[in-house]
Design a protein around this ligand. Structure first.
Ligand SMILES: Nc1ncnc2c1ncn2[C@@H]1O[C@H](COP(=O)(O)OP(=O)(O)O)[C@@H](O)[C@H]1O
Ligand SMILES: [Mg+2]
Length: 232
């Protein structure tokens, strides 16, 4: 039986620096996020949103606490594996404010670059990339260069790229910050659809309250800890 749990953290703590430069960012975060959920993460600038995402993405080391990704316990006051990169590669997709597509590769090559570097066969990675481009209504753009696409289209490609390794979790750090209202709503609705149809857990950092209505839950960082608030 597979459980619905995609992310679970208990008493997660993160600080930076020592002495004069010491800063407690996340003091005691405990929460569960399920597959199929789109959760908005909101908090003022500097409150630790990116730091939290980077811990969940096994990029930044917590100081202490416990963390599960799916059913696998990955952190218990220390990483439980030396292969955090492998966990990241297999379970997690990242989306950022900028699309970070490689400007001198066309769209399909941008989508197949990482899977191929991870050893996925050329044919298989291309088929998956085409399926994703189809899903995002940009199948006709596979030979185009990023500079020939609009901001919204490039962000769709970036979302497709985050899905290329069929992740269980997508961490999106202000994915709509560079887009206008209409494109932003498009992107957020798309993320909701992905969460539902692909049974992925998505955490999306946003500063735009108008996006919250499309999310299942809203998580805030308050007093250095995470709390859920109603989004209605
Ligand atoms: N690598 C780092 N070294 C020291 N301090 C950091 C580092 N990364 C983030 N911080 C500090 O942690 C706090 C939270 O930063 P961040 O997670 O980027 O906030 P947000 O994404 O909510 O704007 C800030 O005070 C920031 O200065
Ligand atoms: Mg940030």
């Amino acid at each position: 039986m597979s459980t619905k749990q995609a992310i679970k953290v208990e008493n997660l703590h993160k600080s930076f620096g020592k002495g004069d430069t010491f800063v407690d960012v996340i003091k005691d975060a405990s929460f569960v996020i399920n597959k199929g959920e789109l959760v908005a993460l909101v908090a003022p600038s500097g409150a630790g949103k990116t730091t939290l995402l980077m811990m969940l993405g096994c990029v930044e080391d917590p100081n202490s606490g416990k963390m599960w990704l799916g059913d696998e316990k990955v952190y218990d006051d220390k990483w439980l594996t030396k292969e955090t990169r492998k966990i990241r590669r297999e379970k997690i997709g990242f989306i950022f404010q900028a699309h970070y597509l490689i400007p001198f590769l066309n769209i399909i090559d941008n989508l197949t670059l990482l899977p191929q570097a991870n050893g996925v066969a050329d044919k298989v990675s291309k088929a998956k990339a085409r399926e994703l481009l189809e899903y995002f209504d940009i199948a006709d753009k596979e030979k185009a260069m990023p500079s020939q696409l609009s901001g919204g289209q490039n962000q769709r490609v970036a979302i497709a790229r985050a899905l290329a390794n069929t992740p269980e979790i997508i961490l999106a750090d202000e994915p709509t910050a560079a887009l206008d209202m209409e494109r932003s709503v498009d992107v957020v609705k798309m993320l909701k659809r992905i969460a539902l149809e692909q049974d992925v857990a998505i955490i999306m950092v946003t500063h735009d309250d108008r996006m919250l209505q499309y999310c299942d839950r809203v998580m805030e960082i308050k007093d250095k800890t995470t709390v859920f608030s109603s989004n209605s």
